[in-house]
Design a protein around this ligand. Structure first.
Ligand code: ZN
Length: 878
């Protein structure tokens, strides 16, 4: 009896408590400001964009008003804006975030966990989903959609919404490029209603990377990527990650997962099934809501670049994206039915098919349409996880366990990054990059032998018996892009890979890693922190100190030393234990040397004075050319690399060029990869029809024209150095009349094809531009890259070739057709022109600030070489 009474009382109390809770939550919801009220317009309204400052203010307000979200600042953006993540879940879950984070991490790396323990954790844990918005800032809808999505997530009260709060920790990145979200909104709103409405932003919408900001999911060069990388790869390891984007406007309205063919192998099969599962759930919600023109398994192949959504499957995370058809920034756009076409990969014509069962028949499209698509897709993503919480968590256990087993039993047991590297400091940086991605790396304490090869102490071992073995394989192993009917069209022409045909970072960085087929038994210590890069300073025997030219960081050290008044000479020919290119430093205090060694990691060894033939290095005066018209990503990445290596430089634009007299201000002008037309503003040769209307405000219209070309030509003739990357070589070749021809220009793709491949090159290390390089190395050749042949019988003596493609088996990784076209041809050259020279590097020596293996070519080209007479002597001796 008593017990029954208590029970009845208890039930009453519970009902009362529920009533109070419901009332509290309703009161709270009533006090939560909807976006429309806060911003004064509906998210995605025509010709309206909220900027980052206002959006952040709104999120802070929501954070204050709701106990279902937590706004966390992860750090600052490149330009100092708060970079935030929003955690949404039930108040109970939010109070125990650390606990759930630990469960999640344990399931993601289930080594040593029994099946029963795994089941128990899956039963207890919460599904974790990360969705990011507004990475590409000119795809304007996502930053606006995120505001409504966050609001909906914390205010909707139907059982489905409650289940999401109870079962999922939904992490929303409301803008993963806050700087760009601010820039684009301000730019657009400034020009809305003027003739310049919807003109493109003239400069990069991410300070260094622009649109390339999603090509940084492994290198993590940008601080924004570092924040997201830490959150996703090392802290939370979500079950799914979705990045919301926009695409072109003339085929499907919305792309949803899964990806199209081809895919990269070596991920866990479950992860590919999960992406299809999530895509089907999104598609179901979208069709139910009456959205048409939604397509999956098309357009975006599963073999993409190493951006976040494409690299995450190899972290065992279902990494996906959505892509909505764009309007013109926030201006609506009309698409005539006649303009609708098939698309690349999996949409041969614009018609219904299994993967796009309903057609959109044209008409007006605006940002609001995209906001709605993204909200439905984002909601469905969390909903699937909420309905299948335990399954997706258990899958995490399965993926981690099976990938580890595959790695343990596969033909390659580990990759060894030997201590004996051409540039050991860069090898350590590579290891630190692996650690940043949550890859497990060990270091050997003693010498050992593996597969018959001897390795010294300090060598790094990356075992394949770990959950992220798929990632290890793509970063360290040779890669061959598939050549089959998925990758060729009906005429047999190769179809361009979505991005590059390889992303082998070890190769990019010039770091040797060996696949080893046997289990390594030597004593290994697991790295738990970054490998320190701390240099030493040897005693000065009166002859100063030597820095090895093989280290990228020696160049950084030289830049720092020149800034601090040291005298630096360069060894022209091997002598007295110094190699050609080594730096001899004199006149620096030991305090300065110690400081520079600490900053850069280089070792200052004892030198016996400045050897004969050595020449003094002056602090270079460098101009880096920047254009408008959306900016040039290659310029931005070059700028970032310069900053990382303390290269002194000045940015110059059209007006500086046209002003002339460059030689009085600069020793070197750098033209990043770009077409002649983009630089000069000329209409492309062969362009037909009336020129397109340029809505850009006149002050931001770009192009230095024939006038600028003349100035550059005069600059070189008067003794300057012009350095060109990739396609930019066309400018001096065609307009200065250099005695060169690009042998791969205009070749049909069936005859020659190298869409971002690493190719084998021989470097002439006696040439000052190749000082410090290995005699054999790799070069990253991309579409639009150049390979040279001397055309003039009169000017052969003006050309020095310092990088040459090998004669056969040129391909290291990627996809190469027609190797005979470039066999034994020049990959990079110097051409004397008047009193100066043009250095043309036909490949991409500093691609996305990732190809550390060829950075030295750039650094060398920026420094002064030996005096002219010495150079002539060197040339004759060869
Ligand atoms: Zn995008």
């Amino acid at each position: 009896m008593t017990s029954r009474r208590y029970t009845r009382l208890g039930a009453l109390a519970l009902a009362l408590a529920l009533l109070i809770a419901t009332a509290t939550s309703q009161a709270q919801q009533a006090s939560i400001t909807p976006p429309e009220k806060f911003f004064g317009f509906q998210m995605g309204a025509d010709r309206k964009l909220a900027n980052w400052d206002t959006l952040l203010e709104y999120y802070r307000l929501l954070d204050k008003s709701s106990d279902k979200m937590q706004l966390v600042e992860l750090g600052k953006s490149s330009e100092g804006r708060p970079y935030v993540a929003i955690f949404i879940s039930s108040p109970t879950n939010l109070a125990k975030l650390d606990h759930f984070k630990q469960i999640n991490a344990r399931l993601a790396d289930p080594r040593g966990l029994s099946e029963a323990e795994g089941r128990q954790l899956a039963a207890e844990g919460k599904a974790v989903i990360i969705q990011s918005f507004a990475l590409h800032s000119n795809e304007v809808a996502a930053s606006q959609a995120a505001a409504e999505f966050v609001y909906d997530s914390i205010t909707r009260t139907e059982p489905e919404a409650q289940q999401m709060l109870d079962n999922v920790i939904s992490i929303i990145m409301p803008s993963i490029n806050p700087d760009g979200t601010q820039m684009i909104a301000d730019w657009y709103m400034k020009h809305a209603g003027t003739p310049h409405e919807a003109a493109n932003l003239p400069w990069l919408y991410q300070k260094y990377a622009g649109h390339d900001n999603n090509r940084d999911g492994f290198a993590l060069n940008l601080v924004e990527s570092q924040h997201l990388g830490r959150l996703m790869y090392r802290e939370w390891l979500p079950q799914a990650y979705v990045d919301h984007h926009q695409m072109g406007s003339n085929n499907a309205r919305l792309y949803i997962p899964p990806y199209a063919e081809p895919i990269r192998p070596d991920g866990d099969p479950l992860v590919w099934r999960e992406m299809a599962w999530w895509g089907a759930h999104m598609g179901n919600h979208l069709e139910a809501a009456g959205k048409t023109g939604v397509i999956g398994s098309a357009i975006y192949s599963g073999w993409g670049h190493m951006g976040f959504h494409w690299i995450t499957p190899f972290h065992n995370i279902a990494g996906m994206l959505t892509e909505s058809a764009s309007a013109r920034l926030a201006t609506p756009m009309y698409v005539h039915p006649d303009q609708l076409r098939g698309g690349p990969r999996g949409l041969p014509e614009y018609n219904v098919q299994v993967t796009m069962p309903s057609l959109w028949n044209g008409g007006w499209g605006g940002v609001r349409d995209i906001v709605e698509q993204q909200k439905i897709a984002a909601w469905a993503t969390v909903d699937l996880a909420a309905r299948n919480r335990e399954t997706v968590l258990w899958n995490m256990y399965l993926k981690g366990t099976r990938q580890t087993e595959r790695g343990a039993n596969g033909p390659v047991k580990a990759y060894v990054i030997g201590a004996d590297q051409h540039d050991p400091l860069t090898a350590k940086k590579f290891v630190n990059m692996l650690l940043n991605s949550g890859v497990e790396v060990h270091q050997a304490q003693a010498p050992f032998v593996a597969d018959g090869r001897a390795y010294g102490p300090g060598s790094f071992v990356v075992t394949m018996a770990q959950p992220k073995q798929g990632l290890v394989r793509w970063m360290l192993g040779r890669t061959f892009y598939p050549d089959n009917t998925y990758t060729r069209d009906r005429e047999g022409n190769p179809i361009r890979p979505y991005d590059m045909s390889t992303d082998t970072f070890g190769e990019f960085m010039g770091v040797r890693s060996d696949p080893v087929g046997e289990r390594i038994t030597t004593d290994l210590v697991k790295l738990t922190a970054h490998v320190p890069l701390v240099g030493t300073v040897a005693a000065d025997a009166g002859g100063g100190h030597r820095l090895s030219a093989t280290l990228n960081d020696s160049y950084r050290a030289v830049n720092l030393l020149l800034d601090r008044g040291a005298t630096v000479h360069r060894v022209a020919r091997a002598v007295d234990g110094a190699t050609a290119g080594d730096f001899i430093v004199t006149g620096a205090s030991s305090a300065v040397l110690t400081d520079v060694a600490k900053q850069t990691g280089v070792d200052f060894t004892t030198a016996s004075g400045v050897p004969q033939g050595a020449y003094q290095i002056r602090k270079p005066r460098i101009a880096l050319f920047q254009r408008y018209n959306g900016g040039n990503m290659d310029e931005g990445w070059t700028r970032l690399m310069f900053e990382q290596f303390n290269v002194p430089f000045t940015t110059i634009r059209d007006a500086d060029l046209k002003g002339g007299n460059l030689e009085s201000k600069f020793d070197v002008v750098v033209l990043p990869n770009d077409s002649i037309d983009a630089m000069t503003g000329d209409r492309p040769a062969g362009a037909q029809g009336p020129p397109p209307v340029n809505t850009t405000p006149p002050e931001f219209q770009s192009g230095f024209g024939a006038e600028g070309v003349k100035v550059l030509d005069a600059f070189v003739r008067k003794g300057g150095t012009l350095l060109t990357f990739g396609q930019a070589g066309d400018l001096p070749i065609q307009r200065f009349g250099l005695p060169l021809r690009n042998v791969v220009a205009n070749l049909p793709s069936k005859e020659f094809w190298s869409p971002g491949s690493t190719l084998r090159v021989r470097y002439d290390t006696s040439n000052p531009i190749a000082f410090g390089m290995p005699s054999e190395g790799l070069a990253l050749l991309m579409a639009g890259g150049q390979v040279y042949e001397i055309t003039s019988m009169d000017r052969g003596q003006d050309v020095d070739i310092f990088a040459t493609y090998v004669d056969r088996d040129i391909l290291q990784s990627g996809w190469l057709l027609g190797e005979q076209v470039i066999a034994k041809k020049a990959a990079a050259v110097t051409v004397r022109h008047g009193d100066g020279k043009v250095v043309l590097i036909g490949f991409r020596p500093q691609h996305r600030d990732q190809t550390h293996g060829t950075f030295k070519l750039v650094f060398n080209a920026l420094l002064n070489g030996p005096p002219a007479s010495a150079a002539t002597t060197t040339t004759n001796q060869r």
